[in-house]
Write a protein that binds this ligand. Structure first.
Ligand code: MG
Length: 309
């Protein structure tokens, strides 16, 4: 039977079960016989719950990881068998999923927009659209123009209200890779009113993962490379340094509406999407059986197959 668990990857690339590892740390290093219960209370029941618990949960996770690495033979299935697990998104159910639009000038140009916005713009994707790094993306039968967009996901780790650009990164729990799947024909129809929703939020339209990488491993996220390929053919190859509104500006700007632990911001995408193809070029729309791989430097790769719904 499948169970949703909180995990962390150790230096040897093994997946550690955080609850079990923290419980065994408490039992073995702190002689706490109620380790299991304490682990649940300290780490929370899922990722958003973990993030809400802030520094205490993170400290528990660090101790658990160090203990599991130093004691690989601890009792209780602390190290998970890679063949037995399937990675979910590190934040399977974000509180809010705020996705920047028109945030790379080369993408603004390919979408035939006259110029970029004067201040950050974004739309909401439904949190329920998030899927894991190896999950399939259903192709809705009514959609004709299915598209991809590699982006960085910024996961908020503290209540974040009216923060400055200088302090913005202090509110980040970590980073992940993201693919903003888009139904362009639906969005085009919706955009006639100036408001779009469903074209970005069909089931499975938000692959995110493979890990949440904490800021100690990525102190400067603004210069990471982004790459996306379809069936092995490179479509997007860029760098976050080309963002119009930078990561710090985005966090500061959207913090005006109040962000919470477990909320996710995405950066917008560079050029190379299927919607940017000219009419005389072979179309790049995603179709069933295509494999789309979205990769962010220092984080990893999402590999999702398009399947007929
Ligand atoms: Mg996007």
């Amino acid at each position: 039977r499948q169970q949703e668990r909180l995990g962390a990857v150790d230096a040897a690339d093994r997946m550690i079960d955080l609850h079990k590892a923290y419980a065994s740390y408490l039992r073995e290093a702190e002689s706490n016989p109620a380790g299991d219960e304490w682990a649940r209370v300290t780490l929370g029941r899922d990722m958003v719950d973990f993030l809400r618990r802030g520094e205490k949960a993170l400290d528990g996770a660090r101790k658990a990881l160090a203990h599991a690495t130093a004691n690989p033979n601890s009792a209780g299935d602390v190290i998970l068998d890679a063949k037995q697990i399937r990675l979910m998104s590190p934040v399977p159910r974000p509180g809010a999923l705020v996705s920047a639009g028109k945030n790379f000038s080369d993408h603004v140009a390919e979408m035939a927009s006259k110029k970029g916005p004067g201040s950050p713009v974004a739309f909401l994707k439904l949190p329920g659209t998030v899927i894991g790094p190896e999950d399939d993306i259903p192709h809705p039968p009514e959609v004709k123009n299915l598209d991809y967009e590699v982006e960085l996901a910024i996961i908020i780790g503290k209540p974040c209200i009216e923060v400055s650009e200088e302090e913005a990164l202090d509110y980040v729990a970590g980073y992940s890779a993201f693919n903003d799947i888009s139904a362009r024909d639906i969005i085009r129809g919706e955009n006639k009113t100036g408001i779009h929703l469903m074209g970005k939020s069909f089931p499975g339209f938000a692959p995110m993962g493979p890990y949440l990488v904490t800021p100690d491993e990525i102190p400067e996220p603004q210069n990471l490379k982004l790459k996306l390929s379809v069936n092995g053919e490179t479509r997007q190859d860029s760098n976050l340094s080309y963002m119009i509104f930078k990561i710090r500006e985005m966090i500061a700007y959207w913090s005006q509406m109040g962000l919470n632990p477990g909320d996710v911001l995405t950066t917008g995408t560079p050029r190379g999407v299927a919607a940017g193809r000219k009419p005389d070029q072979p179309p790049w729309w995603l179709k069933p059986d295509d494999v789309v791989e979205a990769e962010v430097e220092k984080i990893g790769r999402l590999r999702n197959r398009i399947v007929a719904e």
